[in-house]
Ligand binder design. Structure first.
Ligand code: FAD
Length: 540
């Protein structure tokens, strides 16, 4: 395996710069209570232990309040976060959690009946976006990731029986079966010295404006920490309920508020991507895990009832397991950090799950907060900057998701008619205006690009926005391609010839299980997209 310390050691120079609390400072930050044991809570607790090993970190969770149990699709940053930032041994992780690979999202969406691919290698698109659009009118086939998704294959080639991995140069994300993932994080946290308290917080006792003094549990214990991390999910027990930080709804842009989920046998056929399928009053995810496909129909409960949603899901995916319902609200609190309370996860913000951003935004919040964590409350604090930055990133995501609704012409149900007519995309309108004058945006001049940077969503960036707008055939004038179409076709044919050797997803995962060296090269080779060079670049 990869030694857990090996990956985090890369980041140590940053760690040495950090100040520890001084022993005689009464305002020192020495103890942290992470309240909540969902993915947000465990990822935060682990980050604090890795980056500030001197902190006494205690995770409090309630047996009586279950975790949300969804949130299984991720983006590429998750691999980096888990293995490079937290130093989680990838070999052990593959054995214990059994992730599957996500090359991107396949959208059953937009005017083309076959939908379109949104692969994670959009920014490099080594085959060529303009050629794809010029040749077929579709973005499909613009990259290796896209071609693999179209062929339903993994980025591992079978050359005469020997697996050869392309994954070193092809960004990909994980699908994570929720129960195994959280169980694994719980075990790692215990191993790494995160203390664990099983308790339900009944009362949050305030000590002054925006300041939590201590927590009182239902069994009358008092829990007292220097810093509180609210990871209590949608309840937002500390930040929202106790400190009264208001919730700012995104309902004008994102109409869905419910999901009905279920699992279905995939007979061993594992797709290497998440699918987002347009449904009558929303859309449905398909997330492949080793055992089965996980589905979730995300809908607007003002349009259809829970029973209608479950029925539509069952009709679309016959044989699906009994329905499980989830309610949610899209929006964020007006601040993520107030006083000695910082929130991570659904307690602070959430946008409906279309682009699998929940885990990614939790990791961004964690990295942002940990990087400016004070050693003492008497220090100058970066609180306003953290609030402004994270609020801005959530709002950018809101607008990015909104354009998925505004421009999806797939169905003419009342929900989709309303989505096309009324979805508020105002925060992205300036970018949409520029898009109408020429696309892809990522190919426009530097000044045009930098003008738009602030409006672009975290992680997805301009290339990600291009992919979604072009995939939905939002009207624009394409910038001219410099090369003759013939040359593009030759390149695509060459890529397809190479990918004829690509393995089915399940076989490729098995090859990785049989030969952990394939995992190790992904994380230890200097030139891998996950290797030490990139880890150094990303660590800020
Ligand atoms: P939770 O999992 O709800 O955990 C809350 C914790 O707080 C629990 O441990 C509970 O015991 C504890 N708690 C609450 N109140 C108290 C109390 N009073 N005392 C003590 N403990 C308490 N994200 C993705 O990245 N990808 C996806 O594909 C995705 N899909 C989603 C689909 C849906 C329908 C929804 C709603 C969300 C989805 N998300 C997704 C987001 C995902 O759910 C979250 O990012 C993630 O699960 C984090 O949840 P959490 O840890 O904030 O909260």
């Amino acid at each position: 395996g990869v030694h857990p310390g090996a990956l985090t050691a890369i980041l140590e120079p940053v760690g040495r710069d950090l100040r520890r609390p001084s022993p005689d400072d009464p305002a020192a930050v020495r103890t942290v209570g992470v309240i909540g044991g969902g993915t947000a809570g465990y990822l935060m607790a682990l980050a604090l232990r890795v980056k500030r090993p001197w902190l006494d970190v205690c995770l409090v969770e309630s047996k009586d309040i279950p975790i949300i149990g969804v949130g299984e699709a991720s983006v590429t940053e998750m691999l980096w976060f888990l293995h490079c930032y937290l130093g989680i041994d990838p070999v052990e992780f593959y054995q214990e959690v059994r992730p599957t690979w996500k090359l991107g999202i396949k959208f059953d969406w937009g005017p083309d009946p076959s939908g379109f691919t949104a692969p994670f290698d959009w920014a490099s698109h080594p085959v060529g976006m303009l050629g794809a659009l010029a040749d077929t009118g579709s973005v499909d086939g613009f990259s290796i990731g896209s071609l693999l998704m179209m062929a339903d294959k993994a980025p591992v080639l079978n050359l005469g029986g020997e697996p050869v991995s392309l994954m070193k140069y092809l960004p990909c994300a994980y699908h994570l079966e929720n129960v195994r993932f959280v169980r694994y994080l719980t075990a790692v946290a215990e191993r790494r010295g995160v203390r664990h308290v099983d308790a339900t917080v009944a009362e949050v006792v305030l000590g002054g404006d925006g300041w939590v003094d201590h927590l009182r549990t239902t069994d009358s214990r008092d829990l007292r920490y220097d810093l509180y991390i609210d990871c209590t999910g949608f309840r937002s027990r500390l930040l929202g309920q106790a400190l009264g930080v208001p919730f700012e709804s995104y309902a004008d842009s994102l109409f869905t508020d419910s999901a009905v989920t279920g699992n279905r046998d995939h007979q061993g056929h594992l797709k290497p991507y998440t699918t987002a399928t347009t449904m009558n009053a929303g859309w449905c995810w398909t997330i492949p895990v080793p055992e089965n496909d996980h589905h979730g129909y995300v809908y607007d409960s003002s349009e259809i009832s829970d029973q209608q949603a479950a029925e539509e899901l069952r009709t679309r995916f016959p044989g699906i397991s009994d329905p499980v319902y989830v309610r949610f609200k899209s929006g964020r609190r007006s601040q993520v950090w107030r006083g000695n309370v910082m929130a991570v996860g659904n307690s602070y913000g959430f946008v409906e799950p279309l682009e699998s951003t929940g885990l990614a935004m939790a990791t961004i919040a964690i990295r942002t907060f940990v990087s400016v964590l004070p050693a003492s409350w008497d220090e100058p604090l970066a609180r306003d900057a953290v609030n402004a930055s994270l609020n801005g990133q959530w709002d950018a995501l809101r607008w990015f998701l909104a354009v998925h609704y505004r421009f999806n012409t797939r169905l003419d149900t009342p929900f989709w008619k309303r989505a096309r007519a009324a979805t508020d995309v105002s925060g992205l309108q300036p970018l949409l205006d520029v898009f109408a004058t020429g696309a892809p945006l990522a190919r426009r001049q530097g000044f045009v690009r930098s003008m738009l940077m602030q409006a672009t969503p975290p992680f997805y960036g301009l290339a990600g926005v291009d992919n979604i707008l072009l995939g939905q055939a939002v009207p624009t004038e394409l910038v001219s391609t410099a090369e003759p179409l013939e040359r593009w076709r030759t390149r695509r044919d060459a890529a397809e010839a190479l990918l004829r050797h690509a393995m089915p997803h399940a076989d490729a995962l098995q090859a990785f299980a049989d030969d952990p060296g394939l995992i190790t090269e992904l994380f230890q080779d200097e030139d891998s997209w996950l290797g030490p060079t990139r880890a150094r670049l990303l660590e800020t």
